[in-house]
Each structure stands twice: as C-alpha cells, then as structure tokens.
Design a protein around this ligand. Structure first.
Ligand code: MN
Length: 231
C-alpha cells in the first residue's frame, strides 16, 4: 500500500484520519526535509491547510488583511508540488493546499475575499461556535470532471452540494493547465484540477473534517487509489 506524504500543519489529525479511513497510510513530511527524500517511495502528496502564502510568490504586494505565514513552508510546499508534478505523482490540495498548488503552477490568489470581492458570501465561518463540519455554502460542480466523478454519490443527480468554509483567500487567476471545477454561488473558485493528470485536484473547503461521517470520503478514496496505482 502506498504511503501518502502529508504536509505537517496545526490541525493535522483530521487529515491523517481522512487518509487512513480511505485506506491509505500517512507519512508526515516536515518543512526543511530534502524534497526528493520527502517524496521517495510515497504514492501521493496531500497539501494541508494553514496560513496565507506570501503574495511575493505570485508577484503582488501584501494586502493589509493577508496573514503571511512561513516563507520556509511556502518554499517547501511549492517545491513539493513541482517535484510531484515532475514525477507524475497524484496531488490533493486542501484549503491552503489548493492555493499552494495554484501559486506553484503560476496562478494568483485573491488576498482577502471580504475586502476585495463585492457581495461575497461569508467564507470564513469560525469554529467555535461553528463546528468544523457545519455547512457554510453550496458549490456548483463542473460536469465531466474528476471532482464530479468522485462526488457522484454526494451530488446524487444534482450539480451542487453544501460544503464547509474556513478561508479568506481564494484562487484568482487559475494556473496554466488547471481548470475550475467548482464555484460558490458568489463566483469564488472552490476547486481546480488538471484534466490531463491522473489525479491533481485542489478544493477550497475542508473535506477532511467529515472523516467520521464520510460525506467526502470518496475524494480521499480516489486519491489513495490513484496513489496506490503509482507504486
Ligand atoms: Mn468557501
């Protein structure tokens, strides 16, 4: 069984559980590790949530509401994405992860939805009092995408479903080669994928928070399956 390289973050447990409940094995990779070593023998790369990517990474100056995290983490994860792409390794990016993916491949980010997008929904529901798995808004899912195929049961014949939401940034310009496959009703991009890759998917919501009840388990199952095929 292939190991999934999971980038370390402050809320690691739900990501680990989501992978394990989809039949995968977890290898936590720490920033600063040699990139080749970090991915050696792994089947897939899971990019987790966290602080904002430095806007200098996509050629912008820092907005007042942007909370820059760690330049070392940006550096490490962008290098992981590029190496995983180079060797054809499946990639699944979640929240900060979709943003890292997009920036690594040449896209840009909206730095602060509330102050930069008119009439936007509230995408940053805080927990508590909300629970991590409380739904915040719907997403419309593009037919004929990996995401739609994985979410067939969840969508059950519809083209939209409810998701949770804890982000103040989002994909702005989509990186070359990637395609938008889910949007919120206010137009905010909620998922991107590479139609040419076996599995290269990013989602802006937090499917890992649902590992106990399984609403988004097929996303992790599809990712683990693609990662197993690789080895
Ligand atoms: Mn959202």
């Amino acid at each position: 069984m292939a190991e999934i390289a999971v980038t370390n973050c402050a809320k690691l447990e739900d990501y680990k559980q989501a992978v394990v409940h989809a039949g995968g094995e977890v290898r936590v990779v720490e920033q600063g590790t040699d990139i080749t070593e970090a991915l050696r023998g792994a089947g897939g790369l899971l990019l987790t949530g966290g602080d904002d990517v430095s806007p200098s990474r996509y050629g912008e100056t820092t907005h007042a509401a942007t909370l820059e995290g760690s330049p070392e983490r940006d550096e490490f994860e962008i290098a992981l994405v590029n190496e995983a792409r180079r060797i054809g390794m499946p990639i699944f990016g979640i929240c900060r992860g979709i943003q890292v993916m997009n920036v690594a491949l040449g896209g840009t980010l909206i730095q602060d939805i509330p102050s930069q997008v008119e009439n936007a929904l509230d995408h940053s529901l805080k927990v508590p009092p909300h629970k991590a798995f409380d739904y915040a808004h719907d997403v419309w899912v593009e037919d004929n995408s990996l995401l739609a195929r994985l979410m067939t049961e969840r969508l059950s014949g519809s083209d939209s479903c409810a998701v949770n939401s804890r982000h103040h940034q989002a994909v702005k310009q989509v990186a070359p080669g990637l395609k938008v496959v889910a949007t919120a009703p206010d137009g905010i991009i909620e998922a991107i994928e590479d139609p040419e890759a076996r599995f290269c998917l990013g989602v802006q919501w937090h499917p890992e928070n649902f590992w106990r009840t399984g609403e988004f388990r097929p996303l992790f199952e599809g990712f683990v399956e693609a990662s197993n095929k690789r080895t």
